[in-house]
Design a protein around this ligand. Structure first.
Ligand code: LCS
Length: 405
């Protein structure tokens, strides 16, 4: 005999009107039938049906439930519901990696003959998969500086279907006015997708600013502990969710239950981690800006940032990512990397540990030199992801390393 327990957390009652931190902790967990505080890892590939009719109903979408983990799984669903709530969207679609989310968007929203306009300084692989692979299937793209809305306008063609933005962009920290870009795009019937990885849902909610879908590499802030690779898409409407989800499922780009469990555990402290790290980031950015070996610093919280006013309007905080240019170019970049002691010399970002990397020789080394420079990735550019260590230790670390450059 089956034990069927239907338990509802009382959180259901006040779900709709909760604040960000309450949703961060509780959203997605309320359906667990045993009332467990933490949604467990449903480490199963498949789910049994009560009888033939039950199976048929699940396949026909007439009943809610689970069939097979590539299609859906309670642990993954809990995370999807959580992030959808934090982004004020309809539903979440979790993917194996951030690039899985990017690929799913391109696959679902573009096709033979379609054209996409995108931010020039997007994360390198988001651009290279488009130019090297999607191009083979007849998709065209224009990479422009989307900080200037005129550049978007000038590149809209009859076959343009998608405006794909990343703001702040990786690693140049350029901002795009999501509201203005979405308004223009919608006048021309384009869909708007924003890669919100650099802000996290705590600092920016693109769906509220007019975007149709938002995506994250959850590898970064959402998980926050440098121990999982994953991605997620959140759509504004059920229609877009129903268009995108089957593409992810069909292509096998799904997240795994164990991954989802860890990411869900991580997201519950998102706001605390971001608050602590962005406080340090502001102090570090100010300190770097007056350092004689630093040419310039790009941090949205500094008045010197070209879009400081937009950052104040569009973001709820200035984040934890800092880019700066060393006076000595490529060589100085390499030297700084070799002398860091607290910050780990590593790609990725948004975790509790501070990371430093040199885009010209690391994340963006795959881009041809001309395109790299056009995208603003100069030879002495350093990307610094502030963690939650003591601010003074991070400044002392930069100080001793800069002394040796
Ligand atoms: N979007 C952005 C803005 C990213 O920064 C990354 C990864 C991705 C998408 C892809 O996510 P993944 O598949 O790695 O989960 N960014 C990285 C970076 O800057 N260094 O290492 C990875």
């Amino acid at each position: 005999m089956r034990i069927v327990i239907r338990f509802m957390h009382k959180y259901h009652v006040m779900k709709e009107k909760s604040g960000f931190n309450t949703r961060m902790v509780h959203a997605g967990s309320e359906d667990d039938q045993w009332g467990s505080a933490v949604v467990p890892i449903y480490q199963t590939s498949t789910f049994s049906f009560e009888n033939a009719q039950h199976g048929a109903d699940l396949f026909a979408g007439k009943r809610k439930g689970y069939i097979y983990t590539r299609i859906g799984n309670p642990t993954i669903h809990a995370l999807e519901e959580n992030i959808a709530s934090l982004e004020n969207g309809y539903g979440g679609i979790a993917t194996a990696s951030g690039m899985g989310a990017v690929s799913t968007i391109y696959l679902a929203l573009l096709g033979q003959g379609a054209h996409m306009i995108s931010t020039a300084s997007v994360y390198g692989p988001s651009r290279s998969i488009m130019e090297n692979h999607f191009s083979r299937f007849g998709v065209t793209s224009s990479y422009v500086n989307t900080s200037d809305i005129e550049n978007i306008k000038k590149n809209i063609r009859p076959e343009t279907k998608l405006l794909y933005l990343e703001t702040p962009s990786n690693p140049t920290m350029e901002l795009t006015d999501i509201k203005a870009a979405a308004r223009l795009a919608h006048e021309h019937k384009l869909l708007v997708v924003v890669d919100n990885t650099f802000s996290s849902p705590y600092l920016q909610n693109p769906l509220d600013l007019g975007a149709d879908a938002v995506l994250h590499s959850v590898t970064k802030f959402i998980n926050g502990h440098a121990d999982v690779v994953g991605g997620i898409i959140v759509t504004k409407t059920p229609e877009l969710y129903n268009l995108i989800r089957p593409v992810m499922v069909g292509m096998g780009l799904n997240m795994d239950p164990h991954q989802a469990f860890l990411v869900h555990r991580g997201v519950k402290t998102l706001s605390l981690r971001v608050e602590k790290a962005q406080k340090s980031a502001m102090e570090i950015a100010q300190w770097l800006e007056q350092h004689p070996k630093v040419e310039w610093v790009k941090y949205p919280g500094l008045p010197s940032h070209p879009q400081h006013d937009l950052a104040k309007k569009q973001m709820k905080g200035f984040g934890t990512m800092i880019s700066f240019e060393l006076k000595g170019g490529y060589k100085a970049g390499e030297e700084l990397m070799n002398h860091m002691q607290v910050a780990l010399l590593a790609v990725s970002l948004g975790g509790v540990e501070t990371l430093i990397q040199h885009p010209a020789s690391m994340t963006h080394s795959g881009l041809p030199g001309k395109e790299r420079l056009e995208a603003g990735i100069t030879d002495g550019l350093v990307r610094y992801s502030v963690g939650i260590e003591d601010t003074q230790d991070l400044i002392a670390d930069l100080q001793q390393a800069l002394n040796q450059v």
